[in-house]
Write a protein that binds this ligand. Structure first.
Ligand SMILES: [Zn+2]
Length: 287
């Protein structure tokens, strides 16, 4: 990148390059366009201006046999199923947006560009975003087929395979659907040249039933969110999850108090406390 050098070592990585903070680039850079595809089921209804979004990326680090192709396949299967229902006359109560992101592996660029471009409308109208990525690790909820566990619920089969205490949700119907972003994939070929379609076909999901189970789960989730009169969502769980994230950001920010002061970044957003603070933008400088 071009622009001034990074202010201190915390901004620098281990590569033998100069770490600048932009904007723009130095010489010898190449560009590649980012193509995000979105399509939607529009409706004329009371909740038409409320959006349920199902999205997943389709670019890969190498061959992407699992990440993202199993997730992209799930997205396409859900779209196909909803398309069939639409042709039969079904219309959801809320608008559904399907998104296929480009350039996820390089810093979530595709989805970030789209979210920034539509930030205002998303802030006002988006109800939920469901992500669909690697789909060989089958998740929770009832009555979905997981190969070898046909007589059990999907949740029970998932718990049996991964009985960690945090996965044991006693009240299955009020669990929050926050994706855990702090845990990276736990399959050993992640992002390697060995992550091929052949590997999925021979070892991970030979009958493709795992991907089907995930498609049913994510499809059902989108269906419930889009078509229920009252959104099946527990604000208390949501609040708790948000508080957890904000606590983590706050603790991280505490390590950089000097920079927060220099750049006038604050967690405090009440008008009283902000009064008198010089700011170039209308409103308070909010982190
Ligand atoms: Zn991915």
């Amino acid at each position: 990148m071009g622009g001034p050098a990074a202010p201190d070592s915390t901004w620098k990585g281990a590569l033998n390059v100069s770490y600048n903070i932009g904007p723009g680039f130095v010489d010898n850079f190449s560009t590649r366009s980012v193509l995000t595809l979105t399509f939607r089921i529009d409706i004329v209804c009371l909740f038409a201006d409320r959006y349920i979004i199902l999205g997943g990326h389709r670019d890969s680090w190498v061959f992407g046999g699992i990440d993202p192709s199993t997730g992209a396949a799930v997205l396409q299967e859900v779209v196909r199923s909803f398309g069939t229902m639409k042709m039969e006359g079904w219309r959801p109560k809320r608008t559904i947006i399907f998104a296929s992101w480009d350039a996820e592996e390089f810093g979530l660029l595709g989805s970030t560009e789209w979210a920034e471009e539509n930030a205002r409308v998303l802030q006002e109208r988006a109800v939920a975003y469901i992500n669909t990525d690697s789909s060989i690790e089958v998740w929770k909820i009832k009555s979905c087929p997981d190969e070898g566990y046909e007589n059990k619920s999907l949740y029970d089969s998932w718990l049996e395979k991964d009985p960690a205490p945090e996965n044991n949700i006693t009240d299955k119907f009020t669990c929050s659907f926050f994706q855990k972003t702090d845990k990276f994939s736990n399959y050993p070929v992640y992002h390697t040249v060995y992550e091929t379609f052949e590997l999925v076909e021979k070892f991970y999901d030979p009958t493709f039933k795992k991907q089907l189970a995930v498609a049913k789960l994510r499809g059902k989730l989108v269906y419930e969110l889009a078509d229920s009169q009252v959104i099946p969502f527990d604000c208390r769980d949501y609040g708790e999850a948000l508080k957890g994230y904000s606590d983590r950001i706050y603790k991280l920010a505490k390590k950089h108090e000097e920079q927060l002061k220099t750049y006038r970044v604050s967690f405090v957003s009440t008008p009283l406390l902000c009064a008198g603070l010089p700011t170039t933008r209308p409103g308070c400088p909010v982190f």
